[in-house]
Design a binder for this molecule. Structure first.
Ligand code: ADP
Ligand code: ADP
Length: 234
């Protein structure tokens, strides 16, 4: 039932001034269909955890299974394939300025094996999902921050991932735009059955959309549970 299952995870960065312990004793289960928040201050280890989950970073000890498979056991080729089942969005959108909205959404499909026509039809579908069909031929610099994040969401969903990882994706947006992006994520969760993992330093984001939350401090989880229980005002 857990789509992400982590036991006793440890991650150290080797640096010029010695080893830097970034994560330790991490135990975490994320169930299929959760909108799971991971909250903590800058430097707590959130990005490192995300990069371990999507296989961008190898870990030192413990186990980390996504869909029942431990990323540590996969070959580079298998890992590349497994990473397709995880979509990612970021604070900085990471769009290509020289490509249109449609062109950016298409980027994730270039090595999917689909021909040009199938890609165009999938892009149309994706832009419909994020309500950006009229902007298909616009360039990123013609878009608002919220619209840019919608393009990034379309691109992240291109290969039908079962998990969407959001790394501070609303941190650069104003409160109203944040609300509309979170509303879109909730809608995608409800309609596509997506499991969503939201990394943030903003409590308001967790309260608006997440059902469960883990609080991370100095590289480890210090509290975990239902958002309602953890952040209930007594
Ligand atoms: P965050 O928003 O997660 O706090 P940072 O600004 O700390 O991001 O880090 C930005 C990038 O720099 C990340 O890719 C991170 O892995 C890397 N980084 C952070 N701290 C160090 C460090 N002490 N040495 C080398 N790279 C680092
Ligand atoms: P967060 O995302 O919560 O801000 P990070 O995962 O970026 O935290 O960082 C956790 C810790 O690991 C921090 O102390 C950071 O400086 C360190 N760190 C992150 N990336 C690197 C890196 N590439 N090399 C060395 N240290 C790093």
């Amino acid at each position: 039932e857990a789509i992400v299952s982590i036991r006793n995870l440890k991650k150290t960065y080797r640096t010029e001034d010695g080893d830097k312990l970034a994560l330790h004793d991490i135990d975490l289960d994320i169930a299929q269909g959760d909108i799971y928040g991971i909250i903590g201050l800058s430097g707590a280890g959130k990005s490192t955890l995300v990069r371990c989950i999507n296989g961008l970073e190898r870990y030192d000890e413990g186990s980390l299974k996504v869909d029942g498979r431990d990323i540590a056991d996969l070959s580079t080729k298998e890992l590349r394939k497994a990473r397709r089942s995880i979509g990612m969005i970021f604070q900085s959108f990471n769009l290509m300025p020289s490509r249109t909205v449609a062109g950016n959404a298409e980027l994730a499909l270039l090595d999917s094996g689909l021909d040009r026509e199938a890609r165009a039809s999938r892009v149309k579908e994706l832009l419909g999902l994020v309500d950006l069909s009229e902007k298909a031929q616009s360039y990123p610099n013609e878009l608002s921050g919220g619209q840019k994040q919608r393009v990034a969401i379309a691109r992240a969903l291109a290969n039908n991932p079962s998990i969407l990882l959001s790394d501070e994706a609303t941190s650069a947006l104003d409160p109203n735009t944040t609300k509309s992006i979170l509303k879109l994520l909730k809608h995608l969760h409800d309609t596509l059955g997506l499991t969503i993992i939201i990394i943030t330093h903003q409590m308001s984001v967790i309260k608006q959309i997440c059902n469960r939350v883990a609080v991370i401090e100095h590289g480890t989880i210090v509290e975990e549970g239902k958002v309602f229980d953890i952040f209930a005002n007594p």
